[in-house]
Design a protein around this ligand. Structure first.
Ligand code: AHG
Ligand code: MN
Ligand code: MN
Length: 338
């Protein structure tokens, strides 16, 4: 019988053999994975589980909350608050940081998450997911403040996402490459299905919301125009397009077969740096992509080097196959037009 490696075993080996992760971080990842299993069950129930539709409320970012946004947020908090591994959490669905209640022991980590990514796809039975990022609480002062969360993505100690699609797949990095785990529903555990995930440096597939084309900045327009020109254009090859509108699902495709994903700044709201959030969307995805050999920038600089100034800060995102991301970044730096 071939050896199956569960997430628990993988983490124990990372801890014991490779000395890569401390026990508290291992516990944290296991707890997040357990929460994702619960969310996956809710997602699967659909109409039968009273999880569809709007919750009739808005989050701090002015977005309508779906029932599942709130359920997933609650599941993650409830699973994580009592284990002693965390000092505080922050989420897309909470205005401010959530301190671990005094009745529980305090740990040394900070957890950030997008509990349910791709909310517009919940009701149409298309892949959605959970994204998370882990930082260490800075030393030197008791308690936790919002400031403690404002660390660049390069400081992350773990990051991952779980995609709820035809399969439920957890994708994880602790800084030693990217591993994928598929949920075995009979066993109720995540099983290692791919290690050392590598994204090809070149691609013929791009993902961007084309309906925003008229609002784009010149470098983005130039890049996409060149892709659309196909074999006869400057790139000399035909490109394909995909847009799932769940970042987790688009990133998962890129993890699997390469590609480039962009949600750039555009002229609709010039003061808004982008749509996606730095701390719990762009940073974890950026690190995962880099760990798989890809690249992630905001068009000009590496996403992981961006110094956050706000908990719910937004950022432009260009990530995926290295050579394509470098090309788009180069177009921005040149500031050229076609
Ligand atoms: P969320 O559901 O957490 O608010 O995130 C949705 C994000 C991202 O997942 C996706 O890539 C993008 O919004 C889709 O945007 P459009 O609606 O412009 O397609
Ligand atoms: Mn999201
Ligand atoms: Mn979300």
């Amino acid at each position: 019988m071939s050896k199956q490696v569960s997430l628990s075993r993988y983490l124990v080996e990372q801890q014991r053999v490779d000395g890569l992760i401390p026990a508290q971080l291992r516990l944290l990842i296991e707890v997040v994975a357990r929460a994702c299993k619960r969310i996956s069950h809710s997602v699967n129930k659909g109409e039968l589980g009273d999880v569809m539709g709007s919750a009739g409320s808005e989050n701090v970012q002015g977005e309508v909350q779906k029932k599942l946004d709130i359920i997933a947020n609650e599941v993650l908090i409830e699973a994580n608050e009592w284990g002693g591994h965390l000092a505080a959490m922050a989420s897309e669905e909470m205005d401010s940081i959530y301190l671990v209640p005094n009745r529980y022991p305090q740990g040394e980590y900070l957890l950030m998450f997008d509990p349910l990514d791709g909310s517009s796809n919940i009701d149409v039975n298309v892949s959605i997911g959970t994204i998370f990022s882990v930082l260490k609480k800075p030393d030197g002062h008791p308690g936790v403040t919002e400031q403690d969360f404002l660390q660049p993505g390069s400081q992350q100690v773990a990051a991952g996402y779980c995609v709820y699609g035809p399969q439920t797949t957890l994708v994880l990095t602790v800084g030693d490459g990217v591993a994928m785990f598929t949920l075995d529903r009979e066993q109720g555990s995540f099983v290692l299905t791919q290690e050392n995930v590598k994204i090809p440096a070149d691609t013929k597939e791009f993902a961007i919301n084309m309906s925003n084309m008229r609002h784009w900045d010149t470098p983005v327009k130039r890049y996409i125009d060149e892709c659309l020109a196909g074999k006869e254009g400057p790139r000399g090859k035909d490109f394909n397009m995909r847009w799932i509108a769940s970042m987790v699902a688009d990133v998962h495709r890129i993890m699997t077969r390469g590609g480039i994903f962009m949600y750039p700044w555009d002229k609709r709201e010039p003061n808004k740096p982008g749509k996606l959030r730095l701390l719990y969307e762009a940073n974890p995805m950026g690190w995962l992509i880099e760990q798989a050999g890809g690249a992630a920038t905001n068009g000009r600089e590496r996403i992981l080097d961006v110094q956050p100034t706000q908990l719910h800060e937004r950022v432009s995102v260009v990530l995926g196959s290295k050579n394509e991301v470098e090309r788009v970044t180069q177009y921005h730096l040149e500031g050229t037009s076609t």
